[in-house]
Design a protein around this ligand. Structure first.
Ligand code: FE2
Length: 238
């Protein structure tokens, strides 16, 4: 079996800095000989560069720039601040504000992970189609690619308030599922691995689509990066 390097796994997951821990875990999981593998050092959350310059006309350039440079960057700053404050609290043995900072870490850390996956779920004009093992899994879990995409779009349009539509691999039942996540961290399944992520916070579409979220989602479905999705799926089912 082809041994993926840590860098290849990080790229496949599209998780940037956050992918280090996941990739390291996967690397240890593949180490069936019992040899101790080096454990990655804890790193700060980072803002990865966009993998393309434009997604116009589906997503206008001002929205793309604001979304990445301001909103995603704010989640990175927020998650790192939460980590710093929790470290100070541990040093001081003073956890009076632990509830606040843990909530902040969950909110901003999840925002970091999902935005990185969101950038890697799209490609200008779309790229590829569901194929190979991913297409087979989609057929087994949903009946067909068309049925999966219909459920994905319907769930994403129906998110209450701010949130995400996410296609995940659910390892305990070995099936793909669609999640309708509120904010960044509510209504998930622990252990589920994100394969395809669509952001429906208003900052993702409001400049161009205003209150017409369904129009944004329908357009978004046409710029899916199925090649990147297939790489994440392949890593998830290994
Ligand atoms: Fe967003």
């Amino acid at each position: 079996m082809h041994e993926m390097s840590r860098r290849e796994m990080m790229r496949a997951f599209g998780l940037g800095g956050l992918g280090v821990a996941m990739a390291a875990t996967l690397a240890r999981g593949e180490d069936k000989g019992g040899t101790a593998m080096p454990v990655a050092k804890p790193q700060a959350f980072t803002l990865p560069p966009l993998p393309y310059k434009s997604l116009d006309p589906v997503i206008d350039d001002p929205t793309l720039a604001l979304h990445h440079d301001k909103h995603h960057a704010a989640y990175v700053a927020g998650a790192n601040k939460a980590l710093d404050e929790l470290a100070k609290a541990r040093e001081a043995g003073d956890f009076a504000l632990v509830k606040h900072w843990e909530r902040d870490l969950a909110f901003n850390g999840s925002g970091c992970a999902l935005h990185t996956l969101y950038w890697n779920s799209m490609w200008p004009g779309g790229r590829g189609q569901p194929a190979g093992a991913l297409a087979e899994a989609i057929d087994q879990s949903f009946g067909s690619a068309a049925k999966m995409q219909a459920q994905f779009a319907a769930a994403t349009k129906a998110v209450e308030g701010s949130g995400w539509g996410i296609l995940v691999w659910e390892p305990s039942t070995t099936r793909l599922a669609v999640l309708q996540v509120e904010k960044h961290q509510n209504l998930t399944i622990w252990g589920a691995v994100p394969i395809l992520v669509c952001d429906v916070w208003e900052h993702a579409y409001y400049l161009k689509y205003q209150n017409k979220r369904p129009d944004y989602v329908e357009s978004w479905m046409k710029i899916i990066d199925w090649e990147s999705a297939a790489a994440r799926f392949g890593a998830a089912v290994k």
